[in-house]
Design a protein around this ligand. Structure first.
Ligand code: PSU
Ligand code: MN
Length: 310
């Protein structure tokens, strides 16, 4: 353990503000960077990342955006680093598999949900806000394409606040995997599992959260019982920014067709689909994406407050 701690300092750098907040048990919210580098176009990506941090601050919590700079995992990226990850063309997408390579080769990387959960856990941050998680891709029975995010939720004890999973994925199979992995799926003030762009998916959550305190109580019960692993807190996109499921499903079908035609797979698939959908919805999907991340930030900060006060 002591040995691990000593080595950890070589790889992990926590900003002063975040470090202080963690040591005082103040509310801290982790944020990912794949959404900045590969999930949204420049310059909206950087604008959004900074706005999200402000929303978290306004709620009285400390934001900790996570990424890898020159082979070092940074928890609490500063403005220049966020701008760098949002602008630079050769930032790698870093999930669990990629982390040791990017670190040893001293490269720059944006962390996915899985990558960010790992870093947040090393730093001692329990609450993490993102847009949408990765999951079981449609056609996974042939491609075996299941996001490492699900495996991470199985073993790493972090609560992830997301607007559900988008229907580029097979939502039903994604929920099946989460059940097998023992990951509670909690709907924030709803029992319907949201489908990212839309508030409804036709699938149910395991419980409907009444309040941030309710969420904090469930997290506490799980981890105090020694039930390791993550929790997915699904917060539906605000009504005024929603795109109806049927509208989106048609666009997603087109995007999947195009990915197949171009033979795009592996880690390139999710960024390709996100970008293609943005193009064919003429930016409407991007607006919705930004609105839902902001809403998740507000909810996540409130849950972090409740959790830290327990
Ligand atoms: N879903 C989104 N937006 C995103 C992602 C997923 O709606 O930006 C990103 C997240 O970082 C997530 C990653 O962890 O894509 C999943 O990639 P893959 O499917 O390759 O595991
Ligand atoms: Mn994949």
């Amino acid at each position: 353990m002591i040995n691990t701690q000593k080595h950890l300092a070589r790889y992990l750098e926590i900003s002063k503000e975040v470090e202080e907040a963690i040591s005082q048990n103040d509310a801290v919210v982790a944020l990912e960077s794949t959404i900045i580098a590969h999930g949204m176009p420049y310059p909206k990506n950087i604008e959004t990342a900074l706005e999200i941090e402000n929303i978290i601050r306004e709620q009285g919590a400390v934001p900790a955006t996570i990424g890898i700079i020159d082979g070092k995992i940074k928890v609490g990226l500063n403005r220049e680093e966020i701008e760098f990850l949002g602008k630079s063309k050769d930032v790698l997408k870093v999930s669990r598999r990629d982390m040791p390579i990017v670190i040893a080769e001293k490269k720059n990387g944006a962390t996915t949900v899985a990558g960010t959960m790992i870093a947040a856990n090393l730093a001692g941050i329990k609450i993490f806000v993102t847009g949408g998680i990765g999951g079981v891709h449609r056609g996974a029975e042939n491609s075996f394409d299941i996001s490492a995010d699900l495996e991470e939720l199985k073993k790493t004890s972090t609560a992830v606040i997301a607007a559900g999973a988008k229907s580029i994925l097979d939502i039903g199979l994604t929920l099946e995997r989460l059940e097998t992995f023992g990951v509670p799926v909690l709907g924030y003030q709803t029992d319907e599992f949201p489908a990212f762009y839309s508030r409804k998916s036709g699938f149910k959550c395991d419980a409907a959260l009444k309040s941030p305190e309710h969420a904090a109580e469930i997290l506490n019960a799980k981890w105090n019982l020694g039930l390791e692993g993550g929790v997915l807190i699904a917060n539906p996109v605000p009504e005024q920014s929603e795109i109806p499921y049927a509208d989106m499903n048609e666009k997603i079908g087109l995007a999947l067709f195009e990915a197949k035609r171009k033979n795009i797979d592996g880690k390139e698939l999710t960024p390709f689909l996100l970008d293609y959908i943005k193009e064919i919805t003429e930016g409407r999907s991007l607006k919705t994406n930004i609105a839902l991340v902001k809403s998740n930030a507000e909810v996540g900060a409130k849950i972090a407050q409740s959790f830290s006060s327990l």
